[in-house]
Write a protein that binds this ligand. Structure first.
Ligand code: URA
Ligand code: ZN
Length: 370
């Protein structure tokens, strides 16, 4: 390990984003005259550009429109600097929300291939420090299946895919996605499920992005995954694996209630082969982006410590002000490390910090820098 806490065996970050330069260029070209998402010039020539991506953000006059965006969002060199500062040896990079969701299908298909090739190239040039979760044009399921096939043959650094909750436009339980799940399971490509749209957004006015991100995001993940499980997708595709963002939203807390409510529902009680929570254990992994030891404990109690993987959500939640590129510590990152240390179990901490990701995603931590 490099710096930071000097983890004995290294540290793998499975929840870390990069808006690849090609994606940034597309958003800049869309410009402020377009619907979200877009990148607009800053108010003055020296000010950071502003990044406007969240649903309705451009229409919400009560909070600042967008956020300042700089190198930490799109530069691989800046990512490596951040990793060195915090003792992170390997990052599994993913494009961040809203991925290709907003593009017409043809554009999404073309862009996915280009971005996945970029990701493969960046990873190949990184001396083992960067791997990737690819992106898929889910609006065209046949093309998305082809892209999975293509990546599994020619993009050896891509170890899974990131998906939002919209699928082909009708959610993840849409039966038209079945061939995609089949293909992902067959190629042993886990899905990193990440929110973007929020749930309950009508309740979050006048709170900036705080409640949208703290509540809307995890509620969205909870709902999308619950619907997917109830659709029987994991009975049809028992080898399909999901990595759930933000420690599974609220699923670790609600799994008992979900079991009970499904079991006692006349319509749902006979639909699944197993209890609801079975799939949360057998088909799901969880990142550690939850900033709280008791929340990590609830994941461990529910599914076991071999299902949790360290994440940061970098470059989101930078230190306020100009701190993002100053080389100072990111509290959002150290808090997640503190929460893992707070478990008070060296073996479990090692598994979360690197062991589980190394095993599940096939990452060779010994090869870093070689
Ligand atoms: N805000 C976002 O838009 N995405 C994230 O992943 C985290 C915060
Ligand atoms: Zn994220």
């Amino acid at each position: 390990s490099t710096d930071g806490r000097g983890y004995q065996h290294g540290c793998i970050d499975v929840h870390t984003h990069c808006y690849l330069p090609r994606y940034m260029d597309m958003l800049r070209a869309r410009g402020a005259t377009s619907d979200v998402p877009y990148v607009a010039a800053g108010a003055t020539p020296t000010a950071d550009e502003r990044y406007v991506i969240l649903p309705g953000e451009d229409k919400d006059s009560t909070s600042a429109i967008g956020r300042p965006i700089g190198e930490e969002y799109f530069s691989v060199a800046e990512k490596l600097r951040y990793m060195d500062r915090h003792g992170i040896d390997v990052s599994v990079l993913s494009l961040a929300n809203p991925w290709l969701d907003f593009l017409p299908a043809d554009d999404a298909v073309a862009m996915a291939t280009l971005l996945n090739d970029d990701l493969q190239e960046i990873s190949s040039d990184s001396s083992g420090r960067i791997y990737g979760f690819g992106v898929l044009p889910t609006q065209d399921v046949a093309a998305a299946c082809k892209e999975v096939e293509r990546m599994s043959k020619s993009a050896d650094k891509v170890r899974g895919v990131i998906l939002g909750t919209s699928g082909a436009g009708k959610g993840l339980d849409d039966p038209t996605l079945d061939p995609l799940y089949e293909s992902l399971a067959a190629h042993n490509m886990p899905v990193f499920l990440h929110p973007h749209y929020g749930l309950g957004n009508e309740h979050y006015a006048n709170t900036g992005h705080s409640l949208f991100l703290a509540l809307g995001f995890p509620f969205e993940t909870t709902m999308a995954m619950s619907r997917l499980i109830l659709s029987g997708a994991f009975d049809r595709h028992p080898n399909l694996k999901f990595l759930l963002a933000h420690a599974g939203g609220t699923l670790p807390f609600l799994s008992g209630r979900l079991d009970s409510c499904v079991e006692h529902d006349h319509e749902m009680c006979d639909k699944l082969d197993k209890p609801f929570s079975h799939y949360l254990k057998e088909n799901c992994y969880y990142d550690s982006v939850i900033y709280h030891t008791p929340a990590l404990k609830s994941v461990i109690d529910m599914v076991g410590a071999d299902k949790l993987m360290f994440g940061t959500d970098n470059p989101f939640f930078p230190p306020p002000g100009k701190g993002a590129r100053s080389g100072e510590e990111w509290v959002s990152t150290s808090k997640n490390m503190d929460a893992i240390d707070g478990l008070g179990d060296k073996k479990i901490a090692d598994d979360i910090i690197w062991g589980n990701a190394a095993r599940v995603l096939g990452i060779d931590i010994e090869a870093v820098g070689k």
